[in-house]
Design a protein around this ligand. Structure first.
Ligand code: SF4
Length: 388
């Protein structure tokens, strides 16, 4: 087959994390497994001017295999897993009328924001881990046993649009799960340094059993994707009669969801922490009444993440959103329940949503990091610069 030098140029040593990866690959002491987040592919397409290349994910898989990865999985599978679990968590809270509104917890910058500045809302965060950590836990705790490789011998690399994901992987409670996080920018550097024309690589399917995902699983890469997938799960369970969408303002969308059982759910998708702050304030003041809120810290969601290549302005983000939508729309699996490998994972190992087993593997907890009096929360150290 084709061959790639392990340390192609000095340019790679700019980023320590790329060096780390090359060292691990070269030593051959560990089985290197990769997983790619949804927002990465559209940015790579855009970066390499391959806007209409629907096979880009498969080409990235081929590239990583050439570097020495033994398996490459789809983070959108983990997104399906998270949405499936989170939808059941939400229905449970709705039934009990507690810990509402439920906040999504996929975005580590948002989670940290709540922990630091709004600790009274910590219980509102979904306890389901992010796709990165949920998927990582399944790989280390379940998949490793299935393939008979001790988890200590697996080196798990996630490829993310996000610098906050590096921080998330290093959180105390997540230690030993994801071993390294590489950003899209770093992946692009590796491709360029290898001298390989990515568009010429033959796309290869990702590895079973984490290579199938629903439309929503892929849509996690942009604002509204998590919420949409949670609603797809709910629709499968209790049937949604009607959804009315309203743009409250730029960055804040409200969905009035009428369920067939006569209940109404008010769902909200928010992007950028500035908008989230406003929403939290309105909830606190009792002006806003919602049941579930998705918050992504970056504007337009992960496609606009801090680990994405430059330029990363709103025009580029909209183009990435369009590319991602095209990929979402050609996927025939419309809800996580239709993902056969996901259902198999529950049947064989996880039993059912909110089971003892899922609490052990898929759920986490949060803690207030620092209590800040309300009036001090004026100038916010936003983890990701906003650009609108
Ligand atoms: Fe990371 Fe931004 Fe996505 Fe949050 S919205 S997970 S900070 S890329």
């Amino acid at each position: 087959g084709q061959c790639v030098a392990y340390c192609p140029t000095g340019a790679l040593s700019i980023r320590n994390d790329i060096d780390k990866l090359y060292r691990v690959l070269k030593s051959k002491k560990k089985v290197v497994i990769g997983m790619i987040a949804p927002a990465v592919r559209s940015a790579i397409q855009e970066e390499f001017k391959l806007d209409s290349d629907l096979f880009i994910a498969g080409r990235l898989n081929t590239f990583l295999k050439m570097l020495g990865f033994s398996k490459v999985f789809e983070v959108p599978f983990g997104a399906d897993l998270v949405a499936y679990e989170e939808a059941h968590e939400f229905l449970d809270r709705l039934e009990k009328g507690e810990k509402l509104p439920q906040f999504t917890s996929c975005c580590p910058a948002w989670v940290k924001y709540v922990e630091e500045f709004y600790p009274t809302y910590i219980d509102n965060l979904s306890t389901v881990k992010s796709p990165q950590q949920a998927m990582g836990s399944v790989i280390k705790e379940i998949y490793s046993k299935e393939i008979g490789i001790p988890k200590e011998d697996i080196y798990l690399v996630s490829i993310m649009p996000c610098t906050s994901k590096k921080f998330e992987a290093e959180r105390e409670e997540h230690k030993g799960v994801v071993d390294l996080v590489i950003t899209t920018k770093e992946l692009a550097q590796m491709i360029k340094a290898s001298g390989i024309d990515i568009s010429s690589l033959k796309p290869e399917p990702f590895d079973k059993p984490f290579n199938l995902y629903s439309q929503g699983g892929l849509d996690f890469g942009k604002t509204g994707g998590v919420l949409g997938t949670v609603l797809a799960v709910i629709n499968h369970k209790v049937k949604i009669k009607n959804v009315k969408e309203e743009e409250i303002e730029k960055g804040i969308r409200l969905f009035n969801v009428e369920l067939e059982n006569g209940r109404n759910v008010r769902a909200m998708a928010v992007h950028s922490l500035g908008k989230a702050k406003r929403v939290l304030r309105d909830i606190k003041e009792g002006i806003l009444n919602v049941d579930i809120i998705e918050v992504m810290a970056c504007s337009f969601g992960c496609i606009g993440g801090g680990g994405q290549p430059y330029p990363n302005d709103s025009k580029v983000r909209q183009r990435r959103a369009k590319i991602l939508s095209d990929m979402v729309n050609i996927n025939p699996i419309t809800s996580p329940q239709e993902n056969p490998y996901l259902m198999e994972l529950y049947e064989k190992y996880l039993e059912h949503p909110l089971s003892h087993k899922t609490h052990e593997i898929l759920h986490t907890s949060y803690s207030p990091k620092r209590r800040v009096p309300e009036q001090e929360v004026e100038i916010l150290p936003l983890p990701i610069p906003e650009e609108e």
